[in-house]
Design a protein around this ligand. Structure first.
Ligand code: FPP
Length: 291
């Protein structure tokens, strides 16, 4: 038992303190099931390691200016480029951008077509910039269902940036958290069927390997622009301990100052990961002196 601090429930902690906690835990609550709660609890946060953004409000931005929706998306893509540069300057190692959801196929065909062309143009023009800045591009979702041309541009950009390790931009493309969960479950079930997995050994870290985010840290901060306050099928499982920040600003107008403000708010939050405030706060200097 690595230490009672890792356990989420006081009941378990109490059992440990009483000496009753050993490898044979309660069958209904195997400790391994809570392994994801082993992240370091912290009250005074450094910069987030992983910021995920729901880029909302392109359509309203355009409508309020009497422009076609597509112009809002075009400005949205320009802003992706700006924000990726700013995130790099701010030293954020992982940024995930919700660019196209599985539900977005329901939009008018003309808008979907325009979004796909914008994606191609973005990848064609921007891959060199990613390379120059040593940024790796990753994708989550089901990119295989994108139109051939968009997929070809994407594959090329992924291959050309795959060797960078310091910074990663993740595009969520044809992404939906429920679909991702089903895909992961299907893959896991197949691994059980072929003897590569044993359900008795299943815990959260192991299951996360089957998610499309398997090699990425969970988001620390999720930002949604445009005043909406929902996750819309985005990183539902990965968001378990993420801090949420909802900005009223439409995505094309979301700039450096807005991102910095979101990060400042995040830094002031207390992240407890199931523990109490007292447990995660560093002791006051005088308390340390009197020890
Ligand atoms: C939401 O705005 C935004 C989207 C559905 C897609 C976001 C896409 C981009 C920023 C451009 C594509 C990105 C890349 C990297 C190529 P909305 O249309 O729902 O706005 P509304 O709610 O105001 O109508």
């Amino acid at each position: 038992m690595p230490g009672s601090l890792r356990l989420p429930f006081p009941w378990f902690t109490l059992r440990c303190k009483l000496g009753g906690c050993h490898s044979s835990t309660h069958p209904l609550f195997p400790l391994s099931a809570f392994a994801s709660v082993s992240e370091p609890a912290t009250s005074s946060n450094a910069n987030p390691r992983h910021v995920a953004i729901i880029m909302d409000g392109n359509g309203r931005w355009a409508r309020e200016r009497g422009l076609p929706r597509i112009e809002g998306h075009r400005q949205g893509v320009e802003n992706v480029r700006r924000i990726v540069g700013i995130a790099r300057e701010l030293g954020l190692p992982y940024v995930t951008l919700y660019a196209f959801s599985v539900e977005n196929w329901r939009r008018p065909a003309e808008e979907v077509g325009a979004l796909m062309i914008l994606l191609e143009i973005f990848l064609e023009r921007y891959t060199r910039e990613l390379e120059e800045n040593e940024v790796r591009l990753r994708v989550i979702g089901r990119p295989d269902q994108l139109p051939d041309r968009a997929r070809a541009c994407l594959d090329r950009a992924l291959a050309r940036t795959a060797h960078f390790t310091e910074r990663t931009i993740v595009l969520a493309l044809n992404y939906g958290s429920r679909q991702e969960t089903l895909d992961a479950t299907r893959a896991y079930a197949e691994a059980v069927r072929t003897g590569r997995e044993n359900p008795a050994e299943l815990d959260w870290p192991r299951f996360t390997r089957y998610l499309s985010t398997g090699d990425l840290p969970d988001p620390d901060l999720i930002i949604r622009t445009s005043g909406e306050s929902r996750l819309s099928n985005f990183l539902l499982l990965q968001a378990a301990y993420a801090e949420m920040y909802f900005s009223p600003v439409y995505w094309p107008d979301f700039d450096r100052a807005h991102l910095v403000e979101a990060i400042e708010v995040y830094k002031r939050r207390e992240r407890r990961f199931g523990q109490t405030g007292e447990q995660v706060r560093p002791p006051a200097p005088e308390a340390v002196l009197h020890q």
